[in-house]
Design a protein around this ligand. Structure first.
Ligand code: NAP
Length: 372
C-alpha cells in the first residue's frame, strides 16, 4: 500500500510540538511520507531526519501544498483562511486536518473526537468528507469526562465553569506567564528574605509591580500571574465570549445525530497554570441516580477517564493539573449531589488540553484516514 504524503504545517507551535512528540512516541511517522512546511522559516534545515525534504518548505506555496495527499495544520485560523479556499479552488482533492477553529462549523467539516464520534467519522468519510477539524479543547475534554453519562442519554444540561491554562493561548503566552511570575518574584525577592517583614508591604509591592509598565503583558494584554482573566477569545457582543459559544455549538456538532442533544453554557476563565484545563461542571441529570451509579457510569465512559474518589486527601493529591500534565488521563472527581435539586450533580474534571484537547484527535484522525 502506498504511504500517504502528509504535509505538516505549524509543527513547532504549542499544539504542533505536542503532536510531533506523540507521533514520535507512537512511531507513527513510519506510516507516512512526511513533508514539513513553515510560514516563517522556509529554506531552513528541517529538524526531522526522516523528513522527505531536507529543508523546510514554504507553507504559502500552493503548488507544494497541492502535492500532498493530506495537509495537517496546527498553524492557526489565519493560515487556514489564507490557504484552504485557494487550494480547494485549484481542485486540490486531499484531506485537510486542522487544529484551528475556522472550519469547525462548515457543513462539510467533521469535528473529530473519535472515542465519541467514530460512527460519524466513518459515515462522513464514506460520504466523501475530506475536512477534519480538532474540537475546542474544553469541549473535547468535557465530553470525554462525561462520555459515560452522555452515552446513556442521562444529561439534560451542563453548566461549565472553566479554569484554562496559559498554554491554551499558545507558546508565546506560556513564556509570558513565566516572565510575569519571574517579574513579580524579583520585585519582592529581598523582602521575602526578611521573615519579620510585613506581608502587607509585600502584597502592596506585588500589586504595584503587576500594574507597572515593565510587567510583561504583550501577549495576554493584562497580568495573568497572580490574577485571572475571565474572558477567552473574542467578544460576541451578546454577553458571551466566543469560547463560551463553542461549548454549546461544538458539543452538538461532535455528538451529531448519534446522541441526544445536550445543552451547555458557562463562563470560560484563563488562570495562571501552565498546561491542562480544569472545569467545574454542574450537571442536570435526566434521572435521579445514586452517587455509586453515577461513579460507575462515568468510569465506564472510556478507557482514559480516571475517577478520583470525592474525599479531601484523594482530591488534593490526585485531582490537579500537575497530575494530568503530559498524560492522556481525563481526571474526574468532586462528584456529589447538589442541594439545589435531587437530579443535579457537581463534578470537577481536568485534562491535558494539548493532548486530548488538541493534538491527540488530530493524530488519530490521520491514522484513521491512512488505514481506510
Ligand atoms: P502557537 O503555539 O502560537 O503556534 C502557532 C505558530 O506560531 C507556530 O506554528 C509557529 O509558526 C509560530 N510561532 C511564533 N512564535 C513561536 C514560538 N516562540 N514558538 C513556537 N512557535 C511560534 O499556537 P498553538 O497554541 O499551537 O495553536 C495553533 C492552533 O491550534 C490555533 O488555531 C489554536 O486556536 C488551536 N488550538 C490550540 C490549543 C491549545 O491548547 N494551545 C488547543 C486546541 C486548538 P511558524 O513555524 O510557521 O513560524
Amino acid at each position: 500500500m502506498n504511504k500517504l504524503k502528509v504535509g505538516f504545517v505549524g509543527w513547532r507551535g504549542m499544539v504542533g510540538s505536542v503532536l510531533m512528540q506523540r507521533m514520535l512516541e507512537e512511531n507513527d511517522f513510519k506510516n507516512y511520507t512526511s513533508f514539513f512546511f513553515s510560514t516563517s522559516q522556509a529554506g531552513e534545515k528541517c529538524p526531522f531526519g526522516f523528513a522527505e525534504s531536507e529543508y523546510l518548505i514554504d507553507a504559502n506555496n500552493l503548488e507544494e501544498l497541492s502535492n500532498m495527499d493530506v495537509i495537517l495544520t496546527c498553524q492557526g485560523s489565519q493560515f487556514t483562511i489564507d490557504v484552504y479556499d485557494k487550494l480547494k479552488n485549484q481542485n486540490w482533492d486531499g484531506h485537510w486536518i486542522d487544529a484551528a477553529s475556522h472550519l469547525r462549523m462548515e457543513k462539510n467539516a467533521v469535528v473529530v473526537l473519535d472515542p465519541i464520534n467514530s460512527d460519524l467519522i466513518d459515515k462522513s468519510y464514506s460520504g466523501g468528507v475530506k475536512t477534519w477539524v480538532g474540537g475546542n479543547c474544553t469541549v473535547s475534554l468535557m465530553l470525554l469526562a462525561i462520555h459515560g453519562l452522555i452515552k446513556e442519554n442521562l444529561v439534560e444540561w451542563v453548566s461549565s465553569m472553566t479554569y484554562q491554562a496559559a498554554s491554551g493561548a499558545g507558546a508565546n503566552n506560556m513564556r509570558e506567564l513565566l516572565s510575569q511570575m519571574g517579574y513579580l518574584f524579583n520585585s519582592v525577592s529581598d523582602m521575602l528574605e526578611n521573615r519579620q517583614g510585613s506581608i502587607l508591604d509585600i502584597d502592596h509591592k506585588i500589586t504595584s509591580a503587576m500594574l507597572d509598565k515593565n510587567m510583561p503583558i504583550n501577549n495576554f494584554g493584562v497580568p495573568l500571574a497572580g490574577s485571572v482573566i475571565p474572558w477567552i477569545d473574542s467578544d460576541l457582543k451578546n454577553g458571551s465570549s466566543k469560547e463560551e459559544w463553542k461549548g454549546q455549538n461544538e458539543t452538538l456538532k461532535i455528538l451529531g445525530s448519534q446522541y441526544a442533544p445536550v445543552k451547555v453554557d458557562g463562563l470560560c476563565v484563563r488562570i495562571g497554570t501552565m498546561r491542562c484545563h480544569s472545569q467545574a461542571l454542574t450537571i442536570k441529570m435526566k434521572e435521579n441516580l445514586s452517587i455509586e451509579q453515577i461513579n460507575e457510569k462515568i468510569s465506564a465512559g472510556n478507557q482514559w477517564v480516571k475517577l478520583i474518589i470525592n474525599e479531601r486527601d484523594a482530591t488534593i493529591n490526585q485531582l490537579s493539573p500537575t497530575n494530568a500534565s503530559g498524560k492522556l488521563d481525563i481526571l474526574v472527581g468532586r462528584i456529589k449531589k447538589l442541594n439545589l435539586d435531587s437530579n443535579m450533580i457537581s463534578l470537577f474534571t481536568i485534562g491535558d488540553q494539548l493532548l486530548w484537547g488538541a493534538a491527540e484527535p488530530l493524530r488519530r484522525i490521520l491514522s484513521i484516514i491512512s488505514n481506510k
